[in-house]
Design a protein around this ligand. Sequence first.
Ligand code: SAH
Ligand code: SF4
Length: 411
Amino acid sequence: MTSGLLTPSPLPGFVEKAPLERYVSPARPSLIGLARAELAAVLDTVGVAESQRRMRVQQIWNWLYVRGATDFEQMTSVSKELRAALAERFTLARPEVVAEQVSMDGTRKWLLRLPGEKVGGPPHDVECVYIPETDRGTLCVSSQVGCTLTCSFCHTGTQRLVRNLTPGEIVGQIMIARDRLGDWPDRTPPDGAIVPQDGGRFVTNIVMMGMGEPLYNFEAVRDALLIVADNEGIGVSKRKITLSTSGVVPNIARAGAEIGCMLAVSLHAVRDELRDELVPLNRKYPIGELLDACRSYPGLTNAKRITFEYVMLKGVNDSLADAKALVKLLKGIPAKINLIPFNPWPGSRYECSEWEQIEKFSEYVFNAGYSSPVRTPRGRDILAACGQLKSASEKLSARERMTLRAMAMTD
Ligand code: SAH
Ligand code: SF4
């Protein structure tokens, strides 16, 4: 087994962990997450004639992604024989939900258990968070178990074991959210659930901001997002899908060309020296190269901007001089700036900036013409909690952290 192997460092002090690609796949694989061509290949294996395949793929796609079928028996427009043949070898399973937490404001967090690398061995857990607002519902989705990168302020970066999620496990997170929220035709939300009240769908926005670096699991993330955006299926518009990256420069262009979703970049520092420390990937792809890749991102306009994330670290990157340099650096790029209060974790070496400092910083970037999402009332609530943080043990919950990030993302 190759678990947790450290790859030799290409640059001094820069370590990337190798993702584990081996894990026990279920005996009967799920059809969730297969592209149309793969679904056609599956139909071939169960004896569907070529002339019939396109039509059958279309039918099954509709059952999976428009109606949310969880059992082949529900597919009444598909012949009994085909249903039985499929059920013998495949499932419609989503990842296993081992815990669900619902907060007062309706935010929901699901802990998902994914297969590990050996039978009977430890499974892998990831989180998926749903944040409802009156006119939208945002789902924060994970792309990897752990992360190969080691950003010094990020808890995920300390996890040794990294596994790439499959397209099915990524699409599965959206399916789970819609199952649990009753977000399918003829289904209703559970009693007391808080969901958008505008008569539309409950999951309207997707942010790839959960665990992992999505651009280091490029193919799976791409394939999954293309399924999510397919307008004959789940149909979340690419404008409402945001992928957050720490700056994997070569794959930014690929994301633009092959996915076409919105982009968020975890900038966090305006000088290479500091960014090298906060986001060690900067040693490979420094700020200049990263911003060039951003400038070339296709389709940027004032209505379609890149979000630059900036975690507020007390005394590290939160001075007014930093704010000024940030505004200067982003000149000419259609950009939004997302200030994220640092969420401490046990053993972390940073503190969250003082609330007044975040306000000053935010005011500067706001006056420079950037929307300043931390100023939203709900963001303020959570920020207030952040401002009260006295010690690592009083940290924000993972749910609050993700809520805050995802809130700001879709503002
Ligand atoms: N790997 C990707 C996406 C997942 S992290 C990325 O780095 O962009 C999502 C966001 O949360 C990133 O902007 C990341 O820098 C930020 N983040 C990570 N740890 C954090 C912490 N402890 N407090 C606040 N933000 C954090
Ligand atoms: Fe990975 Fe993003 Fe955390 Fe950096 S901030 S370690 S890239 S998850």
